[in-house]
Design a protein around this ligand. Structure first.
Ligand code: AMP
Ligand code: MG
Length: 361
């Protein structure tokens, strides 16, 4: 997870200080009233089961407020259309696939399937949104993990043997058919990226030039924060707080997949939500992967795929997916970075873990 750290006055109260000193607030407001220095506005709401934060710099207040409303509506719409577990345009597709029927796919869902098909292939199947049944078997489609234990080997094996893949799906225009009724689509590893991209585009079309759309730490940052670039913090996979930070340039998205986001423990073993489609079990040897890319959908899918690829194989998969800036933290706490990521990342903790730079040129 990442967090943004704008350091100017904002509309929203600073995190962790609910009780703003009223006198201070009045003083700041009075100081700012006479000056037309560009302001930063922030707004937060819940969507996709996570906290979404929109940050806008240098726009008129009225425009920023309109943009917050537009973003809120866009997220609500996408959440409803793409929900994999409650009745939605996507679950209608899954029902048709399971019944062996072809279906005319809703225009909201079509681009998700088309793009995910190509990304899945480029990831060598490690990003595989066709494994919805496996996600459901593990129970990672819910948030309540009390008393959870891993499913039996036999049940996992039965789903793996069905070999669900995005290649089983054929699209002719908007007409979708599947050669495999065991495909169940779950875009949990991709929809947030694709959706953040759409919302950022929408706000930009409204004339907003400097913004961050951040959903639970995954974000697209466009423009800058005045004369300073946006600085993005990357969450420590095992401790509270920020582990490293990067500055974004122009239009970049920063996405992190981590084993700390959804997991349960059983007999001292952590079972997390990023599944290796080859074994059916949570991917091993990695705790987090951060990818920076100009396309937020690619960054999201790639972070998941490289997490599955693990500390030895991620460079080849990164290359196949066309991502250059990668940092993987392995289960020994070591950071593995591409040379381009090493050149831009700043470690924020006193003792950075041993960084292993992979030169992929
Ligand atoms: P992310 O946090 O982007 O890595 O996405 C993780 C979510 O994607 C999980 O909660 C599952 O819903 C789904 N998922 C798990 N493993 C995979 C995988 N190998 N490929 C595609 N989606 C996955
Ligand atoms: Mg992802």
């Amino acid at each position: 997870m990442a967090s943004t750290q704008p350091q100017q006055t904002t509309l929203a109260p600073p995190r962790g200080s609910l009780y703003v000193n009223v006198a201070t607030l009045l003083l700041i407001t009075a100081m700012l009233a006479g000056c037309d220095r560009p302001r930063t506005y922030e707004n937060q709401f819940l969507a996709f089961g996570t906290l979404v934060e929109i940050t806008i710099h240098g726009a008129e207040r009225e425009l920023a407020e309109m943009a917050f409303e537009v973003a809120r509506r866009d997220f609500a719409h996408m959440h409803a259309a793409w929900h994999a577990w409650q009745p939605s345009a996507l679950t209608r597709v899954n029902t048709a696939i399971a019944a062996g029927e072809s279906i005319d796919v809703d225009a909201d869902v079509l681009p998700l399937i088309e793009r995910a098909k190509s990304l899945s292939r480029r990831s060598r199947g490690l990003f595989n949104p066709a494994i919805g049944r496996l996600v459901e078997l593990w129970g990672f489609h819910t948030d309540d993990y009390t008393g959870r234990r891993p499913p039996s080997d036999a049940r996992i094996r039965a789903l793996i043997d069905q070999n669900p893949s995005m290649d089983d799906l054929t699209l002719e225009g908007s007409q979708l058919s599947s050669t495999n009724p065991n495909v169940q689509l779950d875009f949990g590893a991709y929809a947030k990226g694709y959706g953040i991209g759409l919302v950022a585009e929408h706000l930009r079309a409204m004339g907003i030039e400097n913004l961050i759309v951040n959903a639970g730490g995954d974000l697209r940052a466009i423009g800058a924060h005045g004369d300073r670039p946006w600085r993005i913090g990357i969450r420590h996979p095992r401790e509270q707080g920020v582990f490293a930070s990067v500055e974004t340039d122009g239009d970049e998205s920063v996405f992190t997949s981590g084993d700390y986001e959804r997991y349960f423990e059983f007999k001292d073993t952590r079972y997390h939500h990023i599944l290796d489609p080859r074994s059916g079990y949570p991917a091993r040897h990695t705790t987090s992967v951060t990818v920076i890319h100009t396309n937020p959908g690619v960054a999201d899918a790639a972070a998941t795929a490289l997490f599955v690829a693990g500390p030895s194989h991620w460079p080849a998969v990164a290359q196949a997916m066309g991502v250059r800036d990668v940092m993987l933290i392995d289960d020994q706490g070591r950071a593995h970075l591409t040379a381009s990521m090493a050149a831009r990342v700043e470690f924020e903790i006193d003792l950075p873990p041993k960084a292993v730079v992979h030169d992929r040129s």
